[in-house]
Design a protein around this ligand. Structure first.
Ligand SMILES: Nc1ncnc2c1ncn2[C@@H]1O[C@H](COP(=O)(O)OP(=O)(O)OP(=O)(O)O)[C@@H](O)[C@H]1O
Length: 568
């Protein structure tokens, strides 16, 4: 969907906005009827029949307005939520295609705010502001023109007092843009701070850091309220001056109309009508000022949404990526998460199809980063990465990942049932297939022990499950996906002995099948039988071979092996 199409209003919304405008315009009939009554009072005198008819007309118009307003209001709410639903779907769709490194550069608040508050802000424009602005602008101009037809000087004063809104808004809009942008940024910081605070609550409490982090959160909130205050401080004086000028029209018009009445240029009923009009127009102009202000402010939200929708996407060559097999090749690959801080340097290796490759090395040397690049979570800064002879650069992440199952340290589970969480790996998996995968991955037992078995809700990010249970579920996911390449980040260090054994058994089930397995290994015994061991040091592959060959080299691997033997 093109960016502009995402914001397109449906027919129902357009009709509803028109309905609200028409309803507003009908309110002008009150003035006309009042005028009729005054004319009768000051003219031939009012009769009960005429009063009855006029009352009947007022009631009829009122009921029509009520129905029109109710139907249009409901329609605009439905139409508005349709547009925001489209925007949210487009944003969700977009986020899938934004390269992952963008999520490091931009804070989470930018995306969360974009998909939540800013869409809600934009919906406000559609459901309320737009129709009110059109309605009041038409009413104000119609009142000015009507007054000009009755008595030109009064019309001119009314129209000038209304037109003054244009330079006032011009002066204000630049301030709104400047302070509004700052305010939106502060709101994003707020959301980021709150998200971090809530996700890190356990750690914060464990280390007694609640207070310190609370300060960060409080500061973010204070910054937000300070910017809101500055915004009001700058904008309100302009608004007050404008409203003052707008209300000045009232004494001028009273003077003009009384003078005209004394000179018998207008009738008494017109005198009353003309002195009432500026009250209504000045009040409407005040509302228009506030409406324009919030309209402009809310439009900044649309700009932020557009900024997300306009973000650069990953390349997606739909047809070109057809790997011949599941072999993997790195050719002079270099990579950095942050510019200037190279994490991988000139990395080259070849992994044969259906072989078992282990990656070992010190903490922070770049082992997991190699897996991240194979999965195309990130793009290399230079060099080539091929799967089955095809360069992954031109393929979409989805295409690459359809060949890969990953079991890593951070198992993400959705707030859904156990069964559905496994099924995310393959939507058409039958219940039997899900249960068989869980049996092989050593999780069938604990799942059946839970109150609702496979239909138990796992909680937000699986917080009702232990670390070992989550890891075994992720192995079950990998089994059910049954893809030719398996990326494993052996993360059993944080588990108790029993859980470690269960996870290792589950992983060995995964490795039994004919697959290309690449494992980041933190314990050496597991890599002993690997077909190839890559030793990473400070972002470079410093050794490459099988266990016996590397021992003979008496290099880094041999030293690591020796150290691990001493620990036994
Ligand atoms: N998302 C990220 N953003 C920025 N820097 C990162 C990110 N992930 C990792 N790094 C940095 O890249 C370097 C390599 O990290 P990587 O996770 O690949 O190391 P590792 O060898 O797998 O470490 P470990 O064995 O401790 O898991 C580290 O210095 C790390 O701080």
């Amino acid at each position: 969907m093109k960016k502009q199409e995402v914001f397109r209003m449906g027919r129902m919304l357009k009709l509803s906005i028109t309905g609200i405008v028409v309803e507003g315009l009908l309110s002008i009939s009150s003035f006309l009827i009042l005028y009729q009554i005054l004319e009768l009072i000051f003219g031939s005198g009012i009769h009960i029949n005429e009063l009855f008819i006029l009352t009947f007309v007022v009631a009829g118009i009122f009921i029509t307005r009520l129905i029109l307003y109710s139907v249009s209001y409901v329609g605009s709410q439905i139409g508005g939520s349709d547009v925001s639903r489209n925007i949210r779907i487009a944003l969700g769709d977009k986020m899938k295609r934004i390269p992952l490194n963008r999520f490091i550069k931009n804070k989470t608040g930018f995306y969360i705010n974009g998909a939540s508050s800013e869409v809600a802000d934009y919906e406000q424009i559609l459901t309320h502001k737009l129709s009110d602005i059109v309605k009041l602008s038409v009413l104000v101009m119609a009142s000015g023109l009507a007054a000009a037809c009755i008595y030109l000087p009064v019309g001119i004063v009314l129209i000038i007092s209304s037109l003054l809104l244009i330079p006032t808004m011009y002066l204000t809009i630049r301030k709104v843009k400047f302070h509004g942008t700052k305010k939106n940024r502060a709101r994003q910081e707020n959301v980021s701070a709150i998200t971090e605070y809530i996700s890190g609550m356990q750690t914060l409490r464990a280390y007694g850091m609640g207070g310190r982090k609370n300060e960060v959160l409080t500061k973010a909130m204070k910054d937000y309220s300070d910017i809101s205050y500055q915004f009001e401080k700058v904008v309100l004086p302009i608004g007050s001056i404008y409203m003052g000028i707008s209300w000045l029209a009232l004494p001028i018009i009273i003077m003009l109309t009384v003078n005209a009445y004394l000179q018998r240029a207008i009738t008494p009923e017109l005198l009353i009508l003309l002195t009432m009009l500026p009250l209504y127009v000045a009040k409407s102009n005040g509302s228009l000022f506030i409406l324009f202000l919030s309209y402009k402010n809310l439009m900044l939200s649309r700009e932020n949404i557009e900024r997300i929708l306009g973000e650069e996407e990953e390349a997606a060559d739909v047809t070109g990526f057809q790997p011949m097999d599941s072999g993997i090749e790195f050719e002079h690959v270099a990579f950095s998460y942050n510019r200037g801080e190279e994490v991988l340097k000139d990395v080259s290796f070849i992994i044969r199809q259906n072989s078992f490759t282990a990656i070992v090395g010190d903490s922070g040397s770049g082992k997991s980063t190699i897996l991240n690049l194979i999965a195309k979570y990130y793009l290399p800064d230079c060099g080539r990465i091929r799967i089955g002879g095809c360069d992954t650069k031109g393929a979409s992440s989805e295409q690459v990942l359809s060949n890969i199952s990953a079991v890593d340290q951070n198992v993400f589970l959705f707030n859904d049932t156990v069964r559905n969480n496994i099924r995310y790996a393959r939507a058409d998996a039958t219940d039997e297939e899900v249960e068989e995968a869980c049996r092989l991955a050593n999780c069938d037992g604990f799942i059946r022990d839970m109150k609702n078995g496979y239909d138990t809700q796992v909680g937000e990010n699986g917080n009702r499950l232990s670390g070992g249970e989550k890891q075994r579920l992720s192995v079950a996911r990998a089994l059910i996906k049954n893809s030719p390449i398996i990326l494993l980040d052996e993360a059993t260090a944080s588990l108790d002995i029993e859980n470690e054994l269960l996870v290792k058994q589950a992983i060995s089930q995964l490795m039994k099948t004919d697959k290309t397995v690449i494992m980041v290994a933190h314990t050496l015994p597991i890599v002993r039988h690997a077909d190839q061991i890559l030793v990473v040091n400070d972002g470079r592959i410093v050794e490459n071979g099988i266990h016996e060959e590397l021992l003979e080299q008496h290099g880094k691997y041999a030293a690591m092996w020796k150290a691990s033997q001493k620990l036994k």
